[in-house]
Design a protein around this ligand. Structure first.
Ligand SMILES: CCCCCCCC/C=C\C/C=C/C(=O)SCCNC(=O)CCNC(=O)[C@H](O)C(C)(C)COP(=O)(O)OP(=O)(O)OC[C@H]1O[C@@H](n2cnc3c(N)ncnc32)[C@H](O)[C@@H]1OP(=O)(O)O
Length: 285
């Protein structure tokens, strides 16, 4: 359980810091601000234009989450987007297209790190989803404790991987099943459904839908309810509920990486990702 994860985190934290030094970027891709509520940080995703998960962005995100986790002044984090176009467009397709197996291996390991860091966080995590949220972008909401979505027809949310000719990994699928149930997941995952707000609420992939300008204030008021519970009791309970799902990834990380690398390296998969990326570039607003 936690000792396993703690081991991974220690080892991976060192890798993250080395990687961060390698990027040496001046851009701040993640902004952390204290909120008006004591003990609550607001983490803003700011990888313009759509918060796609580049390796650099993932690295910065993990480092910031680790700092908050280790800072005893914080009990909860609200995660939101500072990009007008999206909460997150998921995996940056340029990271998994046209690169080599060593790059795919590094990338997938870091994405796994992010998932573990979020899924096993001791803090209360609330996703304030103020824009579209596709595929890997759902990694953050699906590992959060509570999800609030902006009531806007552009704010589609879901695991649409099959529409790109790929499959969601089991560690995206498992939290979805835990949240919306087996049948609804079977349906949503195979068809790669992106739910508009009312349907997202109905299927249960989000917990609340509110007008866009109320997403942040609602997140704060929900956070207050969660923080009324003593941390140790809530953390023990969270760990008890999440451990079986987390253990599946902790125990099978290397096999999962090998499967990913061989899958993504296939010519047919590369072709379909390139076509999807080209289509995205054509479909400009
Ligand atoms: C044995 C089995 C083993 C299992 C193996 C499992 C394999 C699993 C592999 C991978 C998992 C992958 C998960 C993913 O997350 S794939 C990514 C899926 N994401 C999407 O489908 C969202 C795509 N984006 C959009 O729909 C839209 O961009 C939007 C709704 C977020 C915003 O729309 P709009 O405001 O109209 O902006 P643009 O579309 O114009 O986008 C701006 C700009 O950004 C580029 N872009 C968008 N998304 C991505 C992306 N995911 N990666 C890279 N780049 C992206 C877009 O192309 C534009 O670029 P520009 O033309 O240069 O301006």
């Amino acid at each position: 359980g936690l000792p396993d994860a703690a081991f991974w985190w220690k080892e991976r934290a060192t890798c993250c810091k080395v990687r961060a030094r390698r990027f040496g970027s001046q851009r701040q891709l993640v902004v952390v601000e204290p909120s008006s509520t004591a003990g609550v940080a607001v983490l803003k995703l700011k990888n313009l234009p759509v918060n796609s998960f580049s390796l650099e962005f993932l690295t910065e995100l993990i480092i910031n989450l680790e700092k908050l986790e280790n800072d005893k002044t914080f009990r909860g984090i609200i995660i939101t987007s500072d990009c007008p176009k999206a909460f997150s467009a998921g995996v940056d397709l340029r990271e998994i297209c046209g690169k080599n197996p060593a790059h795919y291996t590094e990338y997938w390991k870091v994405l796994q790190d992010l998932w573990l860091r979020l899924y096993l966080s001791n803090l209360v995590l609330i996703s304030a989803i103020n824009g579209p949220c596709a595929a890997g972008g759902c990694l953050i909401p699906l590992t959060s404790d509570y999800r609030i979505l902006a009531d806007n027809p552009k704010c589609l949310i879901g695991l649409n991987e099959t529409r790109l000719g790929i499959s969601a990994p089991f560690w995206f699928k498992d939290p979805l099943v835990n949240i919306i149930g087996h049948r609804a997941s079977e349906h949503a995952l195979q068809l790669g459904l992106l739910f508009p707000p009312a349907e997202a609420l109905q299927v249960g992939i989000v917990d609340k839908v509110v007008p866009k300008d109320q997403v942040q204030s609602t997140a704060l008021s929900v956070m207050t309810q969660w923080l009324a519970i003593p941390d140790h009791a809530r953390q023990l309970t969270k760990n008890m509920i999440r451990k079986p799902t987390a253990d599946l990834l902790v125990k099978h990380r290397d096999t999962d990486i090998q499967n990913f690398v061989s899958f993504i390296s296939r010519d047919s998969i590369q072709k379909s990702l390139q076509m999807y990326l080209a289509k995205l570039k054509q479909n400009k607003d």
